[in-house]
Design a protein around this ligand. Structure first.
Ligand code: ATP
Ligand code: ZN
Length: 461
């Protein structure tokens, strides 16, 4: 069977044929680290994590790049409002985001480039575009550089729009532009209103990169001029992805072979968004359900379908997942083969709703036929692992705050019971060996009249 994916560039589901057999290079636009992540923000990471895991499960060697936009108008404005340096806000929000990803068992990318770490690459790309006649420094002395959309006849090809029907680009002062649709590659430093730390030297004067050029430069650096899949939220198709593709192709590369876009989490039919005031932060939602349940909620929907968020639906998803969990946990350590129906569902444009239905079918069969249950549980566990939903995956213990401690406490209870038994049997060598091994791992054991107690050396749990 062949993986087929819906390519938003062609508007069709088509066979996935990688540039190099057995390999897949994927670039996904990461977030602008300007505020705490809400549930909508992390959907893309979960959806593309499933793609990555599926490619890996079917034998591809995947290079997965997801960037961080850590310099941007919104970051500068918010940091100024909060009276702190922009890089401090960006770093804090990046840590919040990392926590949310860990809580949802999103694998760390192969590499996670930050825009501020790649300014030289962006300048080099802009210079190339200027030398090829596709970009120009604004004539109003602002220090801005724009992409010249009229110089690139294919502009609009990704989103199937003619230039004259397109909206004007809003990312720069229209006065210095040749065409209102020309978009900023470089934004000159506004010394009266922006901190100097948010600007870098460039041939056109100090400034900072525009958003679109960041992704072109970083994708090119880590995946090369041509790579397999570019992903992101559906709202990024235009202008962001159209512009990324125009720049990179105008510079001479083929850029992405396939474009995949995930749909939104909505509330009352509208995109969940901080600016609309209808957003739910990930840590808030994780007070109600576990990370694995929130991930299940997202994975059970197709990545191209909008998901209308409701606590009722979330609770239903959590209950449905618990049925699966109760079944597999009866057969720890058993891992089986992936059923054909699951493979077919995943190969059909990552058909996770059908894939999850296969899991539920096997759980029902397993509960009804005890003789076949162990084998079925192995298959269920294999499917869960592909979706990043195996309850036994240590990532779930390590992820969220407090979970590692809970897991450690449970494991220590077992160890302490074994040691207590050894002491009751007067098996002193075993009791001492356990205590010494724990000490070497940084855990002290103290025997008191009330029984043994353990503690982390120089710390507490
Ligand atoms: N409700 C949502 N559902 C799915 N993806 C979302 C949602 N909100 C934002 N995203 C995705 O998160 C990424 C970053 O979005 P961005 O930083 O532009 O935030 P935003 O859309 O302005 O939201 P907010 O207004 O809450 O800050 C984009 O790729 C976007 O597709
Ligand atoms: Zn991007």
């Amino acid at each position: 069977m062949t993986l087929r994916l819906y390519d938003t560039a062609t508007g069709e589901v088509r066979d996935f044929v990688p540039l190099a057999a057995g390999k897949a290079g994927i670039y996904v636009c990461g977030l602008t680290v300007q505020s705490e992540p809400h549930v909508g923000h992390v959907r893309s990471a979960v959806n593309f994590d499933v793609l990555r895991r599926w490619l890996a499960a079917t034998g591809s060697d995947v290079t997965f790049i997801r960037n961080i936009t850590d310099i941007d108008d919104k970051i500068l404005t918010k940091a100024a409002d909060q009276g702190r340096p922009w890089y401090n806000l960006a770093y804090d929000m990046k840590r919040e985001l990392d926590r949310a990803y860990a809580d949802l068992n999103v694998l760390p990318p192969t590499y996670e480039p930050a825009a501020t770490g790649h300014v030289p690459e962006m300048i080099e790309l802009i210079e190339l575009l200027i030398s090829k006649g596709h970009a120009y420094a604004a004539e109003d002395g602002s220090g801005d550089v724009y992409f010249d959309v009229r110089s690139w006849p294919s502009y609009g090809e990704l989103t199937h729009q003619g230039i004259d029907d397109m909206e004007a680009a809003t990312d720069a002062d229209p006065r210095g532009k040749r065409d209102p649709r020309d978009f900023a590659l470089w934004k000159g430093w506004k010394s009266d209103s922006e901190p100097r730390t948010a600007s870098w030297p460039a041939p056109w004067g100090r400034g900072r990169p525009g958003w679109h050029i960041e992704c072109s430069a970083m994708a090119g650096k880590y995946l090369g001029e041509a790579f397999d899949i570019h992903g992101g939220g559906v709202d990024l198709r235009f202008p962001h992805h159209e512009n990324e593709q125009a720049q990179s192709r105008a510079a001479g590369g083929a850029f992405a072979s396939y474009w995949l876009h995930n749909a939104w989490i909505t509330t009352s039919g509208e995109k969940m968004s901080k600016s609309l005031g209808n957003s739910l932060l990930v840590p808030e939602v994780l007070k109600r359900v576990r990370g694995i349940e929130l991930r299940y909620y997202m994975v059970a929907a197709h990545y191209r379908s909008h998901v209308e968020f409701s606590f009722e639906a979330l609770d239903d998803a959590a209950s449905a997942f618990q049925r699966i969990e109760r079944f597999v946990e009866q057969y720890p350590g058993v891992v089986g083969e992936l059923p054909d129906a699951f493979v077919a569902a995943m190969d059909d444009d990552l058909g996770t709703p059908a894939a999850v239905a296969v899991i539920h079918t096997l759980v029902r069969e397993g509960n009804a036929q005890p003789g076949a249950a162990a084998k079925l549980a192995g298959q269920v566990r294999a499917m869960l692992a592909v979706l990043g939903l195996d309850p036994a995956d240590p990532a779930w213990a390590a992820g969220g705050s407090g979970k590692a401690e809970t897991a450690l406490a449970a494991a220590m209870e077992l160890v302490m019971q074994q040691r207590a038994k050894a002491r009751a049997d007067k098996d002193w060598p075993t009791a001492d060996a356990i205590r010494d091994a724990l000490a070497a791992a940084g855990i002290d054991v103290e025997d008191t009249p009330d029984g043994a107690r353990w503690s982390i050396q120089n710390g507490s749990v």
